[in-house]
Design a protein around this ligand. Structure first.
Ligand code: SPV
Ligand code: MG
Length: 290
């Protein structure tokens, strides 16, 4: 079964796909172990992992290679954050072909111009493309997929750009008309009000996708209560958890003049061996090494 079909089956059976952000195969494996339905191959997380801003600096190849590895190692459907589609509709044709070959379940493409600026930054430059241009990019994404079940998610940044609810709805409707399977609406408001108003006003058939990073009060229970939401993305919690854990551990080793103090607060070497599959290596050695 293709990854897109798997995604659609989870959506149909559970009514909601809950995706956790990841930036590496290991973080994707940990998300799978924790029981999430899908992996969010986040552009923000991968940019942060490379130590660069999320402003279209990480290349498609870098993101694609990591996405492929995350799909392979986690076994979960991967929702690929392809930003603006790496250019115009022609670039989108190529990108969707490549991401589908990499085994993703879904692609999320946003209606900002290339190069983009990360959404949650205060006072960020948030330039949008025209509705017609983005419709062309969605149509290109739909035309490029070989598997009809590959999920095409159109993301509007109208609220992020401060264009208001009417513009967000106008764009969402136009994107559904162009063939988007889901509509992601993003917000950087500190409360869910703006998003809840959008959800209440949404009159399309396409389920909504949310990334509630800025309004963490939003829970799975509330999302289910609101209805209309098919994809919930925990947007950057893998990289933020890692940053805090590494900072604290490194500082303690420096302060304590050794590694003795941190031993019980970090993963054991055996835990990491388990994640790497060293047990199987040992069995395979017995079987195959002569
Ligand atoms: C990402 O995780 O890369 C996203 C979500 O696109 S956000 O950073 O909030 O825009
Ligand atoms: Mg992103």
């Amino acid at each position: 079964m293709g990854a897109g079909t798997k995604f659609r089956e989870i959506l149909a059976s559970k009514g909601l796909v809950e995706a956790m952000a990841a930036h590496s195969p290991l973080s994707a494996m940990l998300a799978a172990e924790a029981g999430f339905d899908a992996i969010w191959a986040s552009g923000f997380e991968l940019s942060a992992m490379y130590g660069v801003p999320d402003v279209s600096i990480v290349s498609m190849t870098q993101h694609l290679d990591m996405t492929r590895a995350m799909a392979e190692r986690s076994g979960l459907p991967v929702v690929a954050d392809i930003d603006t589609g790496f250019g115009n509709a022609i670039n989108v044709l190529h990108a969707v072909d490549q991401y589908e070959r990499a085994g993703v379940a879904a692609i999320v493409m946003e209606d900002k111009s290339f190069p983009k600026v990360t959404s949650l930054i205060a006072g960020g430059r948030q330039d949008m493309v025209r509705v017609e241009e983005f419709q062309g990019k969605i149509e290109a994404a739909c035309a490029a997929r070989r598997d009809r079940d590959l999920v095409i998610v159109a993301r509007t940044e109208a609220l992020i750009a401060g264009l208001g609810q009417d513009e967000a709805l106008r764009r969402a409707r136009a994107y559904e008309q162009a063939g988007a399977d889901l509509i992601l609406v993003h917000s950087k408001q500190k409360t869910p009000d703006e998003i809840e108003a959008f959800v209440a006003a949404w009159d399309g058939k396409a389920p909504i996708a949310l990334v509630p990073t800025a309004y963490p009060q939003m829970t799975v229970a509330r999302v289910r209560e609101l209805g209309k939401i098919g994809l919930l993305i925990w947007g950057n919690h893998a990289i933020r958890a890692s940053v805090r854990a590494m900072r604290e551990t490194f500082a303690r080793i420096r302060a304590e003049g050794g590694i003795h103090g941190v031993e019980s607060s970090i993963a054991s070497v055996d835990e990491v061996f388990d994640l790497q599959g060293m047990r199987k290596v040992k069995d395979d050695e017995k079987r195959f090494l002569r």
